[in-house]
Write a protein that binds this ligand. Structure first.
Ligand SMILES: Nc1ncnc2c1ncn2[C@@H]1O[C@H](COP(=O)(O)OP(=O)(O)OP(=O)(O)O)[C@@H](O)[C@H]1O
Length: 245
């Protein structure tokens, strides 16, 4: 029985009290900052995510949500601080090699090959992963089974997003990085997205999602990134402050 927390330790109350370390977060951002083109995009971000956890990033256009996800994907490095996976710095090459195999990525650049069929677009990645048998169930779940043999160029924007999500399911990696995953989805598509996120988390998967649109994600942590450029002061602001009095 857990009786309380003392600093970093959980006190277990039984006949012979003992101290047990809490589990290391699967992902830990420790005082992370990020520069792009000599400009500070993210400043002193601290986040920890355990298995089954979800983090929702919100903030104005240009506030750094995509930058945050790209850093977690290893596309760019923090300019200060560290990103730890299982307690290890992901920027170390040996660690990164293992870490990147944990990641499923959905972004506005959909990496869909127009000349391939819908099914081939998933099976291609499945083969690369050394997996099989998940593509058709994933297409069925995302409502694309009847389009499996069509060329991907025939798909609408929302259908392309569904295909990306089907690929995410088929590849079945534990850490999902989702950049605006609900853009272009209809109401049913958004419900499916919320459903697959919930199911993924039930299996211990982690979801980090940047979004402008509301998503129902139970017990998610929210991180609102501050606007990068403060709004320019208007005449109304000056009058409100009494600068002209
Ligand atoms: N490749 C790049 N090189 C230099 N600066 C960049 C690059 N990509 C983005 N930035 C800068 O980083 C800032 C944050 O961009 P980012 O795409 O992370 O914001 P965002 O919060 O995802 O925005 P949005 O809501 O519009 O998607 C941008 O304003 C831009 O100035």
């Amino acid at each position: 029985m857990i009786c309380g927390r003392v600093d970093r330790y959980i006190v277990l109350c039984d006949k012979s009290p003992r101290l047990t370390r809490p589990p290391i977060p699967r992902i830990l951002l420790n005082n992370v900052s990020c520069m792009r083109n000599a400009q500070q995009i993210l400043r002193h971000v601290n986040v920890s995510v355990h298995d089954g956890g979800a983090l929702v990033l919100t903030g104005a256009n240009g506030s750094g949500k995509t930058t945050f996800l790209r850093m977690l994907a290893g596309f760019s490095r923090p300019s200060a601080g560290e990103i730890l996976w299982n307690g290890h710095d992901i920027t170390q090459s040996g660690i990164f090699h293992q870490y990147k195999l944990q990641l499923g990525w959905v972004s506005l650049k959909d990496a869909i090959k127009d000349k391939f069929t819908v099914l081939e677009n998933i099976q291609w990645f499945e083969v690369l992963e050394g997996k099989q048998g998940r593509s058709i169930p994933a297409l069925e779940l995302m409502g694309l089974a009847r389009l499996a043999k069509e060329k991907a160029r025939m798909l609408s924007m929302g259908q392309r997003k569904r295909l990306q999500l089907a690929r995410l399911l088929a590849i079945d990696r534990p850490i999902w990085l989702l950049d605006e995953p609900s853009v272009a989805l209809d109401d049913e598509g958004v419900k499916l997205l919320e459903f697959i996120i919930a199911e993924h988390r039930k299996k211990g998967g982690i979801v980090l999602v940047a979004t402008h649109l509301p998503l129902q994600i139970e017990d998610a942590m929210y991180l609102r990134l501050p606007p990068r450029f403060p709004r320019r002061m208007t005449l109304v602001d000056m009058l409100d402050r009494g600068d002209w009095a």
